[in-house]
Design a binder for this molecule. Structure first.
Ligand code: NAD
Ligand code: 3PG
Length: 527
């Protein structure tokens, strides 16, 4: 049974999938401190959060069973991603579910700041009928500058067009073609600062976007500009904004997010009549909360059940077409890695992976992760596809990827070479339609067997009677041979034998086997 802890207010309807799952038990405990979370996290396989819970390295280190952290929303700045990757915890988010809610909130803020709605409301309910103070401005024919043209920024731009606004957009990843398609003119941050009547930011908070609007940009803005931040506190320099408001450059600002949340009571935004604020409500609609909770629950279930998933934040995304092509090979790749990892001794220095046939034209990075997990999994605790590459790097295992140009007799072939100081071992595998995973080469020997269960690899000299002697010894020790494959390069030369046995042989039996005439080496392994 998987245990899931929900530590922030997340839509119950949205996580219905988790409540309904037979293999999942959900517990809701919100408002916990770091210490409280550290004390209980060891019981859970998954943690679901929004932005309130700060998921620190300390919490993850205490999460012995923790496999996945699901963020029901976009921003993951409350989760220590590096620590999660190191521990092999998958972090997933729900990037699409709250786009429209946040876009609409941005518009609500833009209209509010254009017409001073919160200020007018306050006066009116206070008994004043003030029709002179609050003369607003129209959006029509105004220039809107959008910094960050991703999901939310693009939706904001679309709606702004319907209001008759001209839009300038800045985003280092926005192509001219796409900008033209959504009716946005490309501009730099400074051009936006100089020309816009309204400026809204929709980037993540990164070292590059921190204070992207600071004193220098406010100094070049048009008098009467209005500024909105429904993305992340810190993208706009708060102190510089207050100065610009006080100098009469900025006529109004609307902030949903703060550098520190919640802001302290003496925060300068909270008593400035030209600055309106909401408490990080961008994503707070019934629909958005349901959407993000559904998305995140689906992914959490996939991860807990070891099924393919899409939205991992601490792993590169795999396009569906690539995933569809590669997925059938994941098992084969991991088995090849596991096999080599068990038959090789000493510290691994290099893993060389050669992809041939159908695999030459695909981005095989995800498959590489499975192979590396297979190799390292025998030697290290807690290796998974999230941390496999990281662990290989920290242990100075060099990973070399090759794509074969030579024609092979297989439609697809994965060849893995494991190098230690003392030896170099090779295994190649293929996926055969109707036959599944097959290992077709070990070192220089052609073989053909399905890697599964308890197995033995015996190196010997190709002499008559060996197979019989091995069979007799195993049989007399109650070890039944299920399958046997023999591979040799030349008659009478060195050879190998691969056996599948119904149960593993004891160490004594392995020692006896190694002593048989013409036997060179015996390795037992499990796939
Ligand atoms: N207020 C809320 O409740 C709320 C809700 C949802 C999202 N958000 C925040 O809104 C922001 C945008 O979310 P999204 O879903 O549109 O994300 P997104 O990833 O779709 O878009 C972000 C865009 O920012 C661009 N970008 C990155 N660095 C940049 C830079 N230096 N200059 C300009 N552009 C840059 C990216 O290229 C991308 O197109 C995020 O910070 C997210 O956390 C806030
Ligand atoms: O990044 C997000 O998705 C938003 O900031 C929403 O955060 P919330 O889930 O805490 O409302």
């Amino acid at each position: 049974m998987f245990k899931v802890l929900v530590s922030d207010p997340i839509s119950d309807q949205g996580i219905g999938l988790l409540y309904e799952a037979q293999d999942v038990e959900v517990e809701k405990k919100t408002g916990l401190s770091e210490d409280e979370l550290v004390a209980i996290i060891g019981e859970y396989d998954a943690l679901l959060v929004r932005s309130q819970t700060k998921v620190t390295e300390r919490i993850m280190n205490a999460g012995d069973r923790l496999k996945v952290i699901g963020r029901a929303g976009v921003g993951v700045d409350n989760i220590d991603l590096e620590a999660a990757t190191k521990r092999g915890i998958v972090v997933i988010n729900a990037p699409d579910g709250n786009t429209i809610a946040t876009c609409e909130h941005t518009f609500a803020m833009m209209m509010s700041v254009a017409r001073s709605i919160p200020q007018a409301y306050k006066k009116t309910v206070g008994g004043e009928w003030d029709r002179k103070t609050f003369v607003g401005v129209e959006l029509r024919n105004k220039v809107l500058g959008v910094i960050g043209m991703g999901r939310i920024g693009s939706e904001v731009a679309k709606r702004a067009k319907a209001f008759g606004m001209d839009i300038l957009g800045y985003d280092p990843f926005l192509t001219e073609e796409r900008a033209e398609k959504i009716g946005v003119k490309l501009a730099t941050v400074n051009e936006i600062a100089q020309q816009a009547d309204f400026i809204t930011v929709h980037t993540p908070l990164t070292p590059e976007t921190r204070h992207i609007l600071g004193p220098a940009q406010f100094a070049m803005m048009k008098k009467g500009v209005r500024v909105i931040n429904c993305a992340r506190g810190g993208i706009i320099d708060e102190a510089a904004l207050v100065d610009a408001v006080n100098q009469g450059i900025v006529a109004g600002a609307a902030f949903d997010v703060f550098e520190e949340e919640p802001p302290t009571a003496d925060h300068p935004f909270l008593n400035n009549p030209k600055i309106i604020v909401t408490p990080h409500l961008g994503a707070s609609t019934v629909e958005a909360q349901e959407n993000v909770a559904i998305d995140v629950s689906e992914e959490v279930l996939h991860i807990l059940r070891n099924e393919p998933f899409k939205n991992a934040v601490n792993m590169p995304a795999v396009p569906a077409n690539v995933l569809n092509k590669l997925q059938p090979y994941f098992d084969l790749g991991e088995k090849l890695g596991r096999f080599l990892g068990q038959i090789t001794e000493g510290a691994i220095r290099e893993i060389v992976i050669n992809y041939a046939g159908d695999l030459v034209d695909v981005d095989t990075t995800p498959l590489t992760r499975y192979i590396v997990r297979g190799v390292l999994g025998n030697r290290l605790e807690g290796v998974n596809i999230v941390n496999a590459m990281h662990l290989a790097k920290t242990r100075e295992v060099n990973i070399v990827i090759q794509k074969a140009t030579a024609v092979t007799s297989f439609t697809n072939l994965v060849t893995v070479t494991l190098k230690t100081k003392a030896e170099e071992r090779v295994a190649a595998g293929t996926l055969l339609a109707g036959y599944g995973d097959r290992i077709v080469q070990i070192d220089q020997y052609p073989v053909d067997f399905a890697p599964a269960g308890s197995m033995m690899l015996i190196s010997h000299n190709d002499k008559p009677g060996i197979i019989g002697r091995v069979g007799t010894l195993l049989g007399s020790n109650d070890v039944n041979i299920a399958t046997m494959q023999v591979g040799r390069k030349v008659v009478g030369g060195s050879a190998i034998m691969v056996l599948t046995v119904d149960k593993p042989a004891s160490q004594d039996v392995l020692t006896e086997l190694a002593k048989l005439p013409e036997i060179v080496g015996v390795r037992q392994f499990t796939i």
